[in-house]
Ligand binder design. Structure first.
Ligand SMILES: [Zn+2]
Ligand SMILES: [Zn+2]
Length: 346
């Protein structure tokens, strides 16, 4: 079969490789579509020995000692697999499990996937929607937006309009918020306004004063909620400065470097609620299915659809910030098809 290899130093190529063998409790999935994710950046830059890709959907071709799934089932893959036994796994929050595994291998024609990571796709959902709703881009965005108390006001600031930020904006618009976006990349500003439906783009947070405009929008109070989706320490500090007293800040962008804040100014005297969103759960997926049924369009964050064979080009554009979400297809017909086997094969 063909699969994508990350070679390091920003090089990638399509390689021939054996179809993976399943272990007990796994299915062999014929992948229909996979999505590039920003969290693959370190694999892309440093190289890795396995096939990357954790956002994908396809058709079960074989099962090995599985209880629920059978050949022919259409599924999307939930990236996380917990131990199944600890407090967090039993309460439906496997992202906090200490024995967390991440399901990889999606950027290939076939992948061996634990049965517990496969979520059957409802009949009304095609593979493309399945990847987007079942992947962490909208999953994290949905989890982040659900951190807001429903009685909150209506002006939301979003810092960073990469794929997660675009997902947050589209969900905020679905829920009726006014979404003001801060982003320094011009193309992403365009995507935020044109694809995700942001109400306005305030420009780069480091060279303008978004707080003034947010003050105009809110009678001088500041943003009711701020979603930080860039992971930049400066942006995180800005988030805490532009949120209004008693507002909420949600961190989505990863930052392992650290952050300088002044707790008295930023947290205590404003009584700010600061929280984060880490991955997402099966329940989040089912919540997304409900709003999808009512008209939420998950495809607004997608800017490029390319064949797996073109994945090296797709990677170089994606990881240099020239795209929104990028989908990699195995076959042209599955692009628009509902995802029935007949349409998808050949
Ligand atoms: Zn991801
Ligand atoms: Zn566990």
């Amino acid at each position: 079969m063909k699969g994508l290899r990350y070679l390091g130093r920003g090089q990638a190529r399509i390689a021939k490789m054996p179809v993976p063998e399943t272990k007990e409790g796994q299915v062999l999935l014929e992948v229909a579509v996979s999505a590039l994710c920003g969290s693959e950046r370190s694999d892309y830059e440093n190289g890795c020995s396995f096939v990357s890709g954790h956002e994908f959907a396809g058709i079960v071709r074989e099962t090995n000692g599985c209880r629920r799934l059978k050949a022919g089932d259409r599924v999307t893959v939930n990236v996380l697999a917990g131990c199944g036994d600890c407090y967090y796994c039993r309460t439906g929050q496997p992202q906090f499990c200490r024995e967390l595994h991440v399901c990889q291998g999606g950027h290939a024609q076939y992948a061996a996937v634990p049965e517990e990571c496969c979520i059957p796709l409802p009949d009304y959902m095609d593979f493309e929607a399945g990847v987007l709703l079942g992947g962490d881009t909208l999953g994290v965005a949905y989890r982040a937006v659900n951190k807001i108390r429903p009685d909150f006001g209506r002006v939301a600031a979003v810092i960073g309009a990469g794929p997660i930020g675009l997902g947050v904006i589209s969900l905020l618009k679905y829920y009726g918020y006014y979404a003001a976006v801060m982003e320094k990349n011009q193309l992403r500003c365009h995507y935020a306004a044109e694809l995700a439906g942001a109400d306005e783009v305030l420009g780069q947070f480091s060279d303008t004063c978004p707080g003034e405009r947010l003050g105009e929008l809110t009678g001088g109070l500041g943003a009711d909620v701020v979603f930080e989706c860039s992971g930049s320490p400066l942006a995180e500090r800005t988030a805490l400065e532009i949120v209004r007293p008693a507002g909420t800040v949600v961190f989505c962008g990863e930052n392992y470097k650290g952050l300088e804040i002044i707790p008295s100014d930023h947290i205590i005297h404003k009584e700010v609620t600061l929280t984060g969103a880490f991955y997402f759960t099966r329940n989040d997926f089912y919540g997304l299915c409900e709003i999808y049924k009512r008209g939420f369009d998950p495809k607004t964050a997608v800017t490029h659809r390319m064949h797996l064979d073109k994945a090296p080009d797709a990677c170089s554009m994606f990881f240099s910030g020239k795209t929104g979400k990028v989908l990699l297809y195995r076959d042209q017909t599955c692009r628009t098809g509902h995802g029935t086997e007949e349409k998808w094969k050949d």
